[in-house]
Design a protein around this ligand. Structure first.
Ligand SMILES: Nc1nc2c(c(=O)[nH]1)N[C@H]1C(S)=C(S)[C@@H](COP(=O)(O)OP(=O)(O)OC[C@H]3O[C@@H](n4cnc5c(=O)[nH]c(N)nc54)[C@H](O)[C@@H]3O)O[C@H]1N2
Ligand SMILES: Nc1nc2c(c(=O)[nH]1)N[C@H]1C(S)=C(S)[C@@H](COP(=O)(O)OP(=O)(O)OC[C@H]3O[C@@H](n4cnc5c(=O)[nH]c(N)nc54)[C@H](O)[C@@H]3O)O[C@H]1N2
Ligand code: SF4
Ligand SMILES: [Mo]
Length: 746
């Protein structure tokens, strides 16, 4: 057995630090895993999902060669030189014929890997690709837009220090999203001075810890939240003094909520007025309130409006920039973008928020005869055929494209439809990191050192992108030579000087910088950490933007010296490090709107009027159930583990249904049932549970992957979901409220 090596779990945004022992054949297996106590955020914590990481590292669908589709539809193995040459030629000729903006980029990173997206910027630049998207544009873009309007920044709740914690459509027991979530929930709920409020139709594991569980009817959060904000306004519970000094636009908000029919809206939401009032009393009377929303409302009716109401609830109570309230994290690299929506997608005219085309329009922007339709796609570290709504239509869209290139570690549902499949090294075979760094007052970053050498057939994305850019003749070879000479003769300082001068002369080089850095600075980095090169300007940029936070984290000297020291520490420290130590006032300094919160968003205050008409029925005689298409459970982890054997329970991902409905249908746990929606139908194993309310059923996320023999375990959810059901503002799908029917199968 080998010594313990450090890395991180790649299954959710927490990226808990792990220590592993390697063994098995040739020492290429992860045989033991424990929490890394030296990791600054997780401090030894792990959830049960991490124990299966060898199912990822040695996954059964692992790609072992670049592949090219033959005319009969099957794949043939090709060597890397051929793959790089042909992919480059095809994409270049498409660019020349149709324009680079007809080539779409999807993905760039998942729960554990954000370096591919960074390295892809060169390819996108060379080809002139204008449109891109990823999973954030089917969950978070509505919230990004609201954050952009109100704060001009990305905002998070300070759960570590809050007196009252509120989870809206979020089940951290399973999904995490805050460090050490289970330990946190246990500790928090034991503390008599702290109150947990959960808004969820399901008695989720998190709701079981709640002091107040507002068990809303599925899809009615807009009414519930409007009633809560209405109570604050109508009862004069908002903090007028604080708001006068820290915000603009209060008057229109007060006017909009003055007449909200609180009792009627609580009725619509199915929550007793007295219970809602109690929650509002607790929130408005608390010293500090932290709140987080997630898919329960983000993949639901009126999602952008609900994101806005969620933020109004705590802003009106003055819960920003204070210990235990909300904060703006220090950011090395901002994955949430600006939240601004300045462009529209080329065919559907859908708003592009934070640079991302809404996922729900991509298939339609391919399957049409519009001259601006996309003709090709590069898909990296994502499995959109499985993860985007209406899988069949998305698959049809991919088949109709001129060229599809997939970069992945595994033969996924998406890769099976590609023209070229390029095998990436796994996240344990290369240097990798995420920019899910959202903590406060201390914020953390973890560059992981590989546990294994990459097998000959697989390359890190940094190498793939550098080779593509070179094959396209777009690597500035003269500059590369000069940079290498500067580094050899004058070290990092001379290198920096030459690099900065190049950027000043040609700002467009910024997108090529990652591959240039990889080829120049990269080989000089210790322990073979070439792929860390793209973090160098990230560290320098951070030192310029946030010198004080960096200094408090222990990095002294001139900003450039601090930036270099931060970069060196990132490369050297294998359990993660603190890169920012903030003070609460820093949140104010990071606000976009002159250190003021903007309260009024006219579009959404208008949208509030829509609620007055009441809640349209989601169900009908034909589809009497509301299906939650994508619940996080013990054994769901997106599609990162492809081998169903990792699941110690719930192997098929049971269809959860309430005892009342089960009685009515004459169905029991273990029975098989057919679930049918307007789009498709699937068989599932039933589990009867009082967690579900009558009329509400649930299937888990991440199941139903196709095995090579055509078999599958569990439901591929997006064969049941539709592209049309989505938010009016952000285009995010309504996966939490899919109308469905359930039939017993003999
Ligand atoms: N185990 C596990 N953890 C994961 C993942 C995974 O696949 N498996 N995926 C990761 C990813 S990518 C993400 S984005 C996060 C998502 O994390 P979450 O959003 O926390 O996960 P979900 O289970 O999809 O939904 C959260 C809650 O919304 C509730 N809900 C359903 N309908 C409604 C409604 O109408 N109103 C309200 N208020 N609530 C509703 C559900 O009952 C559920 O408890 O999880 C991450 N963590
Ligand atoms: N109906 C429904 N649909 C949903 C959801 C839902 O709740 N309901 N949840 C949605 C959410 S929140 C999300 S985040 C998405 C997630 O869906 P996607 O963004 O499509 O991503 P994942 O399922 O996380 O799959 C990650 C992919 O990256 C590959 N991969 C792993 N490591 C590497 C690597 O090092 N390099 C490369 N190049 N590839 C790698 C994996 O093999 C896999 O194909 O699904 C969404 N889809
Ligand atoms: S919370 Fe669980 S799934 Fe998420 S990173 Fe930590 S161990 Fe992995
Ligand atoms: Mo997600």
């Amino acid at each position: 057995m080998s010594e313990w090596k450090t890395s991180a779990c790649i299954l959710c945004e927490c990226n808990c630090g792990i220590e592993v022992q390697l063994g098995g054949e040739d020492g290429r297996e992860i045989v033991r895993i424990r929490g890394d106590k030296a990791h600054p955020a997780s401090r030894g914590y792990l959830c049960q999902k991490a124990s299966g990481l060898n199912y990822y590292q040695n996954g059964k669908d692992r790609l072992t060669s670049p592949l090219r589709r033959k005319s009969d539809g099957s794949f043939e193995a090709i060597d890397w030189d051929t793959a790089i040459r042909e992919v480059s030629e095809r994409l270049l000729s498409l660019r020349d014929k149709e324009g680079g903006e007809r080539i779409f980029y999807y993905g760039g990173g998942g729960q554990g890997n954000h370096l591919p997206g960074a390295y892809a910027s060169g390819l996108r630049r060379v080809l002139g690709m204008q449109y891109r998207s990823n999973a954030l544009a089917q969950e978070k873009t509505g919230e990004f837009w609201v954050n952009g309007m109100m704060f001009g920044a990305h905002v998070k709740g300070d759960f570590e220090h809050c007196e009252v914690a509120i989870f809206l459509g979020k089940n951290p027991w399973h999904s995490h999203g805050l460090p050490r979530a289970r330990a946190w929930l246990r500790d928090f709920s034991k503390d008599p001075d702290r109150t947990l409020i959960v808004i969820d139709p399901v008695v989720s594991e998190t709701a079981e810890f709640a002091d107040i569980h507002l068990r809303v009817k599925p899809g009615t959060d807009a009414w519930l939240l409007a009633a809560m904000v209405g109570m604050l306004v109508q009862q004069g519970r908002y903090r007028a003094d604080w708001l006068a000094g820290h915000s603009t636009g209060l008057e229109p908000v007060l006017a909009a909520f003055a007449d909200v029919p609180v009792q009627q809206y609580c009725d619509i939401a199915g929550v007793p007025l007295s219970q809602v009032q109690r929650a509002v009393d607790v929130i408005s009377g608390a010293g500090s309130v932290a709140m987080a929303e997630d898919l329960g409302i983000q993949m639901n009716r009126h999602s952008t409006l609900v994101s806005y109401l969620e933020k109004l609830l705590w802003v009106l109570c003055g819960q920003f920039g204070n210990p235990g309230g909300q904060y703006v994290p220090a950011s090395l690299q901002n994955i949430a973008g600006s939240g601004r929506s300045s462009r529209r997608s080329p065919v559907a005219g859908a708003p592009i928020i934070s640079g991302l085309v809404p996922c729900n329009v991509i298939a339609d922007e391919i399957l049409c005869d519009h001259p601006d339709r996309y003709r090709a796609m590069v898909i990296e570290a994502a499995n959109p055929v499985h993860s985007l709504p209406d899988s069949r239509r998305f698959a049809q869209a991919l088949r109709s494209l001129d060229t599809v290139v997939v970069i992945d570690v595994a033969m996924t549902e998406t890769a099976r439809l590609a023209d070229y499949v390029l095998p990436a090294a796994t996240q344990y075979e290369k240097w990798e990191a995420t920019f899910f760094n959202f903590e406060f007052p201390d914020n953390y970053f973890h560059l992981r050192k590989p546990l294994f050498d990459a097998p000959g057939y697989a390359l890190p994305e940094a190498e793939i992108h550098a080779r593509l850019v070179e094959a396209m003749g777009a690597m500035p070879e003269q500059l590369v030579m000069e940079l290498n000479a500067a580094l050899a003769d004058g070290g990092r300082e001379a290198y920096r000087e030459r690099f900065m001068r190049a950027l000043a002369q040609e700002p467009g080089l910024v997108d090529l910088a990652p591959v240039i850095l990889y080829r120049t600075l990269g080989p000089s980095l210790p322990e073979g950490a070439a792929a860390a090169a793209t973090l160098w300007p990230v560290a320098l940029g951070f030192a310029m933007r946030e010198p004080e936070s960096l200094r408090r984290a222990g990095f002294d000297g001139e900003p450039m010296v601090r930036g270099e020291a931060l970069f060196d520490a990132i490369v050297a420290q294998h359990s993660g490090l603190v890169f920012a130590r903030d003070e609460y006032a820093d949140s104010w300094a990071r606000l976009g709107n002159e250190q003021k919160i903007r309260l009024d968003i006219p579009e959404l205050l208008d949208e509030l009027q829509v609620l007055a008409a009441g809640a349209a029925e989601l169900t009908s005689a034909e589809y009497p159930f509301v299906l939650m298409a994508g619940e996080r459970r013990d054994y769901s982890a997106n599609t990162i583990y492809r081998d169903g054997d990792w699941r110690r329970k719930d192997p098929e991902g049971a269809l959860r249904i309430s005892p009342q409905d089960a009685d009515r249908l004459g169905i029991a746990s273990g029975d098989r049932a057919r679930v049918t929606t307007r789009v498709g139908s699937a068989l599932a194993r039933v589990a009867v549970t009082p967690r579900m309310q009558a009329g509400h059923i649930s299937l888990p996320n991440g199941y139903g992957l196709d095995n090579e023999d055509g078999s599958r375990s569990g439901v591929a959810l997006n064969e049941l979901t539709s592209l049309g059901d989505c938010d009016r503002f952000a285009g995010t799908p309504h996966h939490k409220i899919v109308p469905a029917r359930v039939e017993v199968v003999a």
